[in-house]
Design a protein around this ligand. Structure first.
Ligand code: SF4
Length: 260
């Protein structure tokens, strides 16, 4: 906070190691963010490991007791899609204020404990499963009191594709000085900027900015490069769906919430 950051969130798997709740205060930290991949222990623990459901719920309760705001991340796959609607009552009971839905295989991987090679492709939801179930579940969850944020993932027919690397001002800064404009590029040394002597300077080319300008029918170039098996493939050589920029999100506010 002293460095001027406007918002500070601590990501945790729920175990809250190192007595972190005793070392910071709600005045210093805006929220604790937890991860759960199922509304029941059976489903979550199959994905995230035995005991992780109980640890996550206990962690949320402890954080709430200390007066912290909390948020929860849920990575949707075929293993837990049907439990997504049940997250509404659970979030309401826990007092979680923000609920982030992610999609397996595009941005963020689930902590799938028993993952066989190729399992991710089987578990990844199809465009129709996503469109038919996730927005409706998100609406229902928001009605129970949580603010729900989820990625667009698949553009609607005729919807304009835009790459955030070209039209937005996001900077993902890493301790080693690398600065990225695209979160999907973070696993590769293609950062477009570097911190040098407290100044942002352009990184040598080839870097991520070259990818942003490539115009392909599949939409996001980085998704096509690093996730070639993702659901954009439509067979017969042509793309079936245009993949939205991973930074394009929809947000649903709970009733009465007018904040932005
Ligand atoms: S996710 Fe794709 S569309 Fe979004 S900034 Fe990265 S390359 Fe561009």
């Amino acid at each position: 906070r002293g460095l001027g950051f406007a918002s500070i969130t601590i990501d945790t798997n729920g175990y809250l190691f190192n007595d972190i709740l005793e070392k910071v205060t709600p005045a210093e930290v805006d929220a604790f963010s937890f991860s759960l991949d199922g509304a029941t222990a059976r489903t979550n623990d199959r994905i995230r490991g035995r005991g992780s459901y109980a640890a996550c719920l206990a962690g949320i309760r402890r954080a709430r007791e200390k007066g912290f705001h909390t948020s929860l991340i849920y990575t949707v796959s075929r293993a837990n899609l049907e439990e997504l609607p049940a997250m509404g009552p659970l979030l309401a009971e826990l007092g979680v204020e923000r609920f982030f839905i992610q999609v397996l295989g595009l941005r963020g991987k689930a902590a799938w404990t028993g993952c066989e090679p190729g399992a991710e492709e089987v578990l990844r939801v199809s465009p129709s499963e996503w469109r038919e179930q996730v927005p409706a579940a998100a609406e229902a969850i928001a009605r129970r009191g949580a603010r729900v944020i989820y990625p667009r993932v698949f553009l609607h027919p005729g919807e304009k594709f835009e790459c955030a690397g070209l039209v937005a001002d996001n900077y993902f800064v890493f301790p080693n000085g690398r600065v990225y404009r695209c979160p999907l590029c973070e696993d590769f040394p293609v950062h477009s900027l570097i911190f040098e002597d407290d100044r942002l300077v352009d990184a040598p080319r080839l870097n991520e900015t070259a990818f942003f300008r490539l115009n392909i029918a599949e939409g996001c170039v980085m998704n096509a490069l690093i996730q070639p098996g993702s659901p954009s493939g439509g067979g017969s050589g042509g793309p079936g769906h245009t993949i939205a920029c991973c930074l394009l999100k929809d947000e649903i506010l709970p009733p009465g919430d007018r904040s932005v």
